[in-house]
Design a protein around this ligand. Sequence first.
Ligand code: 0O2
Ligand code: 0O2
Length: 202
Amino acid sequence: MNWEAIIAPYSQVVEELKVKLKGMRRQFEYEARHSPIEFITGRVKPVQSILEKAEKRQIPLERIETDIQDIAGVRVVCQFVDDIYMVVDMLRSRKDFKIIEEKDYISDKKASGYRSYHMTIEYPVETIHGNKKVLAEIQIRTLAMNFWATNEHSLNYKYKGRIPVEVKQRLQRAAEAAFKLDEEMSKIKTEVQEAQRIFHRK
Ligand code: 0O2
Ligand code: 0O2
């Protein structure tokens, strides 16, 4: 299989989405309003991970592009939980892609303790062979959720998915602490934003 050719439209999508989402952030800055977006990252899933996921889920090679929805992935990181839903609303109102699925792992966290809002979109991208609709996953989370997920991801990698029970329990407690931090910060949100506005003006 010519993986480079298969991957090419996906990296195009990641780059385009990053430009568009960073553009949203900049517009908030120009209008001197609190941006619900703190920062954006994006990646194309490495071929090795695509193959591992396909094998684990018994997805045949010809179905990879329809069944693996996160080959193209962008992540929107926010300061506050409310910001996540503001970003979700803004994404819902866009006309340049179609939302296929939404998963709210914030109100309904995963067993691991993972929290995030996931959106699967169908994004039309121009290729040298014409227009192609590709799937992409947008993950929207707070800085605290991101901190937790990044660390948990590293441990999963280290233990090859078999994290010892005591570490797992600690991670679950850490997830609750992160959520508590988000709740506490929400309570002083207006004050934080006011301070950031003054700082920004200077
Ligand atoms: P990439 O491809 O995502 O690595 P801009 O110059 O406007 O494009 P900005 O917003 O001024 O970018 O950059 P910022 O906010 O200083 O972020 C620097 C880079 O670090 C960004 O990537 C972020 O995605 C990444 N990043 C990772 N963790 C954090 C974090 O905790 N806070 C912030 N602010 N950024 C983080 P690039 O360089 O834009 O491109
Ligand atoms: P990567 O690139 O290593 O992050 P499932 O695998 O069935 O739980 P599904 O249906 O593929 O999930 O999609 P879902 O639930 O939207 O999750 C896909 C991605 O969400 C994962 O990608 C992770 O990035 C993130 N994610 C989901 N659950 C967890 C979790 O418990 N911990 C962390 N750290 N991240 C999680 P991949 O495939 O792991 O790829």
